[in-house]
Design a protein around this ligand. Structure first.
Ligand SMILES: *Cc1c(COP(=O)(O)O)cnc(C)c1O
Length: 310
């Protein structure tokens, strides 16, 4: 039994009307951990247990850490999540809710990750948030489910942080014979490490993440993500935080589903009828979800004076 659930796939009348074409939503926001991350992390955790690992370590104060905590609770494996001081109280509470230990260490993620690495031994394994082939094969199952439902999308829209979702979805498209289905890879301004890398022709490392979409905040995409963005038809798009936040509010009003701006970025293409969608009669949006934002956060981030800050 997989740790993730099969999620609903539904055509959205409101998003279809806004986009001027059929918009399918794959509702990863309904995963028990609140995001698609559980697909890949679930597969990785189950594999590491079979290999004899007795403890999971994560250094993610976001949806990856929450997914590891959930997976550990299901597999009866103790989990330690090391996070920097900047991690929100809500994220820490979500991690602890699944019985995981939270250690707060350092001001930046690099400090937390260094401590996490020092805790590894023969028995403990570090779950990477996006750069692990096991993760990609797990994320690919979302495409398997779409293929089984006989919906063939003209294009798949998804958000990109470190590129684990991108790598996994492309793997899923390929293993279902959909090599020719393009992917529209969306980032926000200030978290646009893939767009900048494709422009430069090499993997760029951002100095800082200035977007409110913290779940897209990998300073550099993985080698695999950069490679598939060039070997598969991938269009890279960057939207402002304001568009991502507006999309979150509209989804909440119209579908009664709360997601992070990281997810709103993908939805914004449909709400704003982006030109990049013009060639397609129907598109599939991966509603990647995210459990760390509250309605108050969305409102606060939408204030012009704070938008773009932390
Ligand atoms: C992790 C995450 C992303 C980005 O995924 P990557 O695999 O890092 O590209 C997007 N949205 C949400 C909600 C996430 O948790």
């Amino acid at each position: 039994m997989a740790l993730h659930i099969e999620t609903p796939l539904l055509a959205s009348p409101s998003l279809s009307a806004a986009a001027g074409r059929t918009v399918w939503l794959k509702l990863e926001s309904l995963q028990p951990s609140g995001s698609f991350k559980l697909r890949g992390i679930g597969v990785a955790c189950e594999t590491y247990v079979r290999q004899g690992k007795l403890r999971f370590i994560s250094s993610s104060g976001g949806n990856a850490g929450i997914a590891v905590a959930y997976a550990g609770s299901r597999l009866s494996i103790p989990v330690t999540v090391v996070v920097p001081e900047s991690t929100t109280a809500r994220a820490k509470a979500l991690i602890r809710q699944y019985g995981a230990e939270v250690i707060v260490h350092g001001t930046a993620w690099d400090d937390a990750n260094a401590l996490a690495l020092s805790m590894l031994g023969d028995d403990a394994v570090l779950l990477h948030p996006f750069d692990d082939p096991l993760l990609w094969s797990g994320h690919a199952t979302l495409v398997d489910e779409v293929a089984r439902s006989h919906v063939r999308p003209g294009a798949v829209v998804l958000s990109v942080g470190g590129g684990g979702l991108l790598a996994g979805v492309v793997e899923g498209l390929r293993r279902n014979g959909w090599d020719d289905v393009p992917v529209i890879a969306v980032e926000t301004v200030g978290a646009d490490s893939l767009a900048q890398s494709l422009d430069a022709g090499r993997r760029v490392t951002l100095d800082a993440i200035t977007s409110v979409a913290k779940s897209l905040g990998a300073r550099q995409v993985s080698e695999q993500a950069f490679a598939v963005a060039q070997s598969h038809p991938v269009r890279s798009v960057v939207v402002p935080d304001s568009a991502a936040l507006a999309a979150c509010e509209r989804l909440l009003d119209e579908h009664r589903i709360l997601v992070e701006p990281a997810c709103g970025a993908s939805l914004a293409l449909a709400y704003d009828r982006a030109d990049v969608l013009a060639p397609y009669d129907n598109v599939l949006i991966v509603v990647c979800g995210g459990a760390t934002a509250t309605v108050d956060d969305l409102r606060r981030w939408a204030q012009p004076s704070i938008s773009g800050g932390a």
